[in-house]
Design a protein around this ligand. Sequence first.
Ligand code: F6P
Length: 534
Amino acid sequence: MWNELTNHRATVADRKILSLFDDADRAKTFSATFGDLLFDYSKTNIDSTAMSLLLTLAEQANVAGRRAAMFTGETINETEGRAVLHTALRNLDGGPVMVDGADVMPDVLATLDRMEAFATDVRTGVFLGQGGQITDVVNIGIGGSDLGPVMAVQALTPYADGPRCHFVSNVDGAHISDVLAPLDPRTTLVIVASKTFTTVETMTNARVAKAWMADKVDNPAGQFAALSSNLDLTAAFGIDPARVFGFADWVGGRYSMWGPIGLSLMLAIGGQGFRAFLRGAQSMDRHFQAAELHENLPVLLALVGIWHHQVCGYPTRAVLPYEQRLIRLPAYLQQLEMESNGKRVGMDGQDLEVVSGPIVWGEPGTNGQHAFYQLIHQGTGVVPCEFMVGAKGHEDDLSHMHVLLLSNCLAQSEALLRGRSLEEATAIMAAKGLEGAELDRQARHRVFPGNRPSTTLVYPLLTPEVLGQIVALYEHRVFVEGVILGINSFDQWGVELGKELAMALEPVLTGEAGTDGKDGSTAMLVETVRRLGA
Ligand code: F6P
């Protein structure tokens, strides 16, 4: 099927996407809806032949079978011997989910209730710090124990009516130092978010926070909570089991914000808001499970992604939310996609037949327009763009600004599609009085090749429910891409080597060990930082 796709792509490579709109039904045919979400992929070079080949690819990869295996708790994370059931965390009223013959839902729902009771106590002043009501929460975590909550807390600012939430992730002492500086430890709750409770960055930051707390608070551990599946280590850290919220090994780090790792979000927006977020995701799970592949949003997103990256060979994908509060979404999606599908071998350990997942990057519009869109419009490479925008903003008194935001978003995809020809550019510059060689030279700089693919996801308003839908949509998209590539999207062995070498370098940097066996560059870098840092 890859060959058929590549051959078809070769036959349509020079076609203008705009010409596809000669078919008056194109927008309708090459878009899909779920509830109030609209996914428009008509501004791509995908035609009905490409789509039917892509759908066959999905069928041949057994997307439906793997999907069922995931939802029913089979051990699809084969290299770690685990089921993959983050969907159970949002299965609010979906009935039993069996893992190894046991229903996991009673535990999941009981933990959710316990989180909610704790969050309510903090929010209403039943749980107090030494200085009274908790005003600030510091979530210490990294990767999947950070990116989801940071992104969602910021995204849902209009719904935040609890303590202020702050996030510390980097092992750079500057991060925790800057976050803690303005806070009063006596009214701060520290959450240590780490599935393993062994991650060096998180545990180092947690110890710094504990010392900071101990300076002003008699029982510092009393103002700590932990989100982890390693209950022995949370106890050794001194955290009361009543404030430890655990989760099973079938929840991967980057898929974990739906359970205890989402506690900071729950503290910010309350239990009801958090449940609405889960319900949104659950509704997307149901759509993903039930909709036919050709109208299944996660499947369509995946197929568009496969077309652009594996078939057309475009190396990156830009995610461009026209929603300032989604400023951390690109970083969140970077981990989701690149940690999941950045693999060089398939499930069977053999080299992949095609390239692995794409590089994902992005920034909110309109800011990006004044920074990197230049390259997207006129650079020599093609960057498929994934726009997303809410039909409405929360600032009713600033609705004129939202119209501007919307018009910019829609204009960008239109500009990428249409471009501007040399004739058009020449006419514009001639109207400004230019002529001869200078007219030609100036006009050439103003040509936009156009014919650059983009998709647009429109949602009504960024509520907790809609955010849940969007995140689950992308999670399942990554899953489908992984299935088609034959990848295990749920392990991350590629992060291990760097961790091991960092551990080994620590004593070299402190002078306790020498640079023997290090390559020349590393030895020089060690020597330089030791000399400059002395
Ligand atoms: O970077 C690797 C990784 O394991 C991520 O997958 C994970 O989200 C992150 O580290 C944090 O892990 P933990 O929650 O165990 O501290």
